[in-house]
Every structure is written in C-alpha cells, then in structure tokens.
Write a protein that binds this ligand. Sequence first.
Ligand SMILES: N[C@@H](CCC(=O)N[C@@H](CS)C(=O)NCC(=O)O)C(=O)O
Length: 220
Amino acid sequence: MEYPILYSFIRCPYAMRARMALKLTNIRCEIREVRLNNKPKQMINKSPKGTVPVLVLENEVIDESNDIIKWALRSNNVFDGNIDHNQIDLTNRLIELFDSKFKYNLDRYKYSTRYENIDPEIHKRKCLDILIYLESLISKEGWILGRKINKLDISILPFIRQYRIADIEWFDKQDKIKEIQKILSNFLNSDLFKDVMYKYDVWNENAEPQFFPQKKLKNR
Ligand SMILES: N[C@@H](CCC(=O)N[C@@H](CS)C(=O)NCC(=O)O)C(=O)O
C-alpha cells in the first residue's frame, strides 16, 4: 500500500479536522470522497460503524478524527512549540467541550426537525454561551490560544463554521464573540482551509485514484 486511504466527506467537520492534520503534517493520502447516504462497502468493511473520516493504513484502521490527528502528529508534531505546556490541558478540555456539549446543541439548533419537542432557539443560545466562554480565553494573537495554528483551531473551527452557517447575518452581528468572528474569518480565508475544501469527485471503485492534498508536497 503506497499511500494511506482516507474516506472523507467534504463538509463533515470531523473529516475536515482530519484533513487539516494530514495537510499540516505533510502526509499524502489517497482520498475517497464519499456520500453519507451511499457509503462504499469497502469503507464499511474496514469500519462497520460507518462514520467518516476513516484512515486505512497498512496494518491499522483509524476511524475517530481525534485519533487520526494523534497519529499524524506522532510522525510530525507540527504544533510542538506553538503553545505553552500549561495550555495543553486547556486545549484538550476545549476539544472535549466542543465534541460533546457544543456539538449536541449545534445538532439540535441546526437540524431541529430531526428531534422531537425541542426549541432550536434554546440550543442556539447554549452554543452561543459556549462561544462567549471561549471568547474569554482567546489570545488575541491570531489563533485561539496563540500566534500559531494549533490542534484546538483545526479541531473546533469547523464546528463554529457550521454554527455560523445556520444564521450568518445573526452570527456576524453578535458583539460578545468579536475575536471568534475574526479568527473564523481568517480561517475561512486561509490557504489551509481552501486546500482542505478542494472538491473531489465522489469515489467509485473504477475511478482513477485521487490524492490529498492536491498540491505537490515538499518533503515526501
Ligand atoms: N466521533 C467521530 C464522529 C464522526 C461523525 O459522526 N461523522 C459524521 C459526518 S460529519 C458521519 O459520518 N455520520 C454518519 C452518517 O451520517 O451516516 C469522529 O470524530 O470521527
């Protein structure tokens, strides 16, 4: 197997964070763009739980986005030195907060018709409260906790992006999350984000392999 295989879906925030980690660590993959309503059997054979992203290695299948990030950083920890050691705990706690509480409320706000007896406005507000808390921790140096991009940025900005998309005009007017608006806007305009949002054809077993990242890499 020359390259790892990444099953991915362009708009999935978990797949986005995995693609960013692979891009930043300069790891090239064969990318298989999937649709969630038509998952390829090859993916399900490797990971029966049926979520993306899935990274298939020679002797291992990694099907949790946080584990893909961990694996990518093991070979090339590009974030080392980007934050103070005492911020590592905070980073992990914030990722956990977004993966659990923020995501829970985001789903009930954004996809409210999928749930019974809920008020999307309550969940919109709960997400905003989490963002106001995050705002109080922001470094004002460019990224969430410092001058350089970090695991926290790639892990949670895709979810904040989704929250914004649900009501862009409203989000952009919120004056208690001004730093988050700035960071998100820089993120959406970054080359990194553009590269990970490159539109690949949906994979099928007869198609020519497609590779991620698109651009030729320097070190591999
Ligand atoms: N905990 C998983 C969650 C991944 C996840 O839930 N991905 C969604 C797409 S954003 C998915 O594949 N859902 C399956 C489906 O909708 O059928 C991870 O971090 O990788």
